[in-house]
Design a protein around this ligand. Sequence first.
Ligand code: TXA
Ligand code: MG
Length: 314
Amino acid sequence: MTELHTRYLTSQTADIATAANILADGGLVGFATETVYGLGADARNSTAVARIYEAKGRPSFNPLIVHVPDLDAARCYVEFNDLAERLASAFWPGAMTLVLPIKQDAGISPLVTAGLDTLAIRVPDAPIAQQLLREFGGPVAAPSANPSGQISPTTAQHVMNGLSGRIEAVLDAGPCGVGVESTIIGCSDVPRLLRAGGIPVEAIEAALGQPLQGAKEGITAPGQMTSHYAPNGTMRLNVTDPDADETVLGFGNVDCTINLSPSGDLVQAAARLFDCLHQLNDMGAQKIAVTPVPITGLGRAINDRLTRAAAPRD
Ligand code: TXA
Ligand code: MG
C-alpha cells in the first residue's frame, strides 16, 4: 500500500467541503458520528469501498453500514416495512442501524453488502456527520475507523493513531458523545437484535411494544467476531479481587487505576469505554482486570464490547 499524507480537517464549512470532495473523488475520510468515528467512502464506488477493506485489513465477508442524512434518503436504498418505519421514526437520527432488504437497482456497490441481499443503513445524529452527508449528497459506507479487530475510535487522534498514512483525511469534531457503536436491528420478519449498542434494548422494545428476538443462527451481524476491540494486554472480566500485578479498569465506587464512571453512570461509562481501553494501551498495561458492570441499559453494549476485548485471540 502506498503511504498517503493523511490530512487533518476541522469542522469548519470549508473543511467539510474538502472532505465531501475527497469522498466524491473516491477517497477515504474518517469522520465523527455520535457513536464512534466512521471511515467513510462513496458506497456506489467499488474501488473506494475496496479501499476501506484494505485500509482496515478487514475481511471482505464483513459487510458495511451505509450512512444517509434522513429517512427519505434511506428509502432510495432499502425496502421499509411497518416495523422499520416505527423504529426509524422513533430513533432516527440516532445510534440505531436497520438491516433491511436492499433495492438491487439503487447503485450500492456489492462490496458493501458482501453479497447479502440485505443492507445495514443508518441516519447519524452528530451535526458533523449530517453536514458531511448533505454536502456529499450520496450514500456513505462507513465501518468504525480502526484497524480490523482493534479498539474502536472515539477521537480523531485515535483514528490517526490507527490509520494515518492509509486514508486521505480525518475530520475532527471532538470526542463522540455516545461512545459505543449503533444498536443493529434486523427487520426482515420479526425484529431481531443483531448487535447491542448505543440505544438500549429496553428503549427499542418500549417503542415497538414487543420483545426483540435474538439473532437467528447464521444471520447475526457477520462482523461480530469473538475477538474484537482487543487491547494489547490480556483482560479478565467481573473481577472483584484483582491480583497485585493487574491494572484495574473500574466501574462505580471501587479501587482502580482507571474508572469508567466513578458515580456508576452507564451513559458516562459507554462514552468513556474505548478511550479507557486506548489509555490502557498507552500505559503499556499487560494484565487488565475489569470490575463488574451491570447488564442493563447501555451496560449490555459495554459488556458485549468488554467480552470481545477479553476473548482469546488467534
Ligand atoms: O455506530 C456504528 O454503527 C458505527 C458508525 C461509524 O456508524 N459503524 C460501525 O460499523 O460500527 P462496523 O463496520 O464497525 O460494524 C458494522 C456491523 C458489522 O458487525 C457488520 O457485520 C454488520 O454491521 N452488518 C453490516 N451489514 C449487515 C447486514 N446486511 N446484515 C447483518 N449485519 C450487517
Ligand atoms: Mg467496528
